[in-house]
Design a protein around this ligand. Structure first.
Ligand code: SAM
Length: 219
């Protein structure tokens, strides 16, 4: 890999936020999934979560074709249903806030996004399910002062995620790498040498070490 690309990869990984994520509940329009993932990349989200039960066919299978490249940089974790996803995130100590237009929703700016946080985004037509709304830690709303009741789901995700980015910038969360060092090392290799990943995975071999310019050190 070129040294410039290596620097860019490291710079991006240095800013990734392992404790900020998005859970998409039945968001099924490819352009919305794509836009949310692009925003996640821009904000420094390392991985997103999704479950999808309403779509005709499996939209998440086509997600790699719609995310315009950003899917390479943001991992997608798929879940069979929203209950399992919420349970797993809770086990990892995430507070989960549903972006949900409910009576108990609070202004999205009142949340402390420097804590491990997952934002649950609801389906384009139906919004967040009753089941998910019950299981999360709180509901947040972006105040709507016009005639329409809601924003496009990807726009809502962007508004909330950039507030999280603002708070984390202020708290210095982008100043030091926050990923586990071994995970970081793996990602550098996977992003820098995608054509070699299958070779090592198929043979269950560890990735080779890289030098300070990102070149493979032959052992
Ligand atoms: N009729 C749906 C409802 O009542 O929830 C509208 C769904 S909206 C088009 C899709 C998703 O975008 C929502 O489930 C929510 O996650 C998010 N969203 C849209 N506008 C929002 C707002 N003003 N505040 C918080 N979330 C919003």
């Amino acid at each position: 890999m070129l040294s410039r690309r290596y620097q860019r990869i490291c710079q991006t990984l240095d800013r990734r936020q392992p404790d900020l994520t998005v859970l998409m509940e039945d968001v099924h329009k490819p352009h919305n999934i794509s836009a949310i993932i692009r925003t996640c990349d821009a904000v420094g989200v390392m991985a997103v979560h999704a479950m999808n039960q309403v779509a005709d066919g499996d939209v998440l299978d086509t997600y790699s074709q719609v995310a315009q490249g950003s899917e390479k940089w943001v991992d997608l974790n798929r879940h069979p249903d929203v209950t399992v996803a919420i349970d797993q995130l809770h086990q990892q100590n995430f507070k989960i806030y549903a972006a949900h237009l409910s009576d108990r929703a609070v202004d999205y700016r009142t949340i402390d996004y420097t804590q491990p946080t997952a934002i649950l985004m609801g389906a384009e037509r139906w919004g967040v399910s009753d089941t998910a709304a019950e299981l999360v830690d709180g509901h947040i709303i972006i105040p709507m002062l016009g005639m329409v009741q809601s924003l496009n789901v990807s726009v809502a995700a962007a508004v909330i995620l950039f507030e999280a980015q603002r708070q984390r910038l202020q708290a210095g969360f982008y100043d030091q790498p926050r990923l586990d060092p071994e995970f970081y090392r793996q990602k550098v290799f996977e992003w820098g040498y995608p054509e070699l990943v299958a070779h090592y995975r198929d043979r269950q071999l560890p990735y080779p070490p890289l030098d300070s310019e990102g070149q493979i050190i032959s052992t």
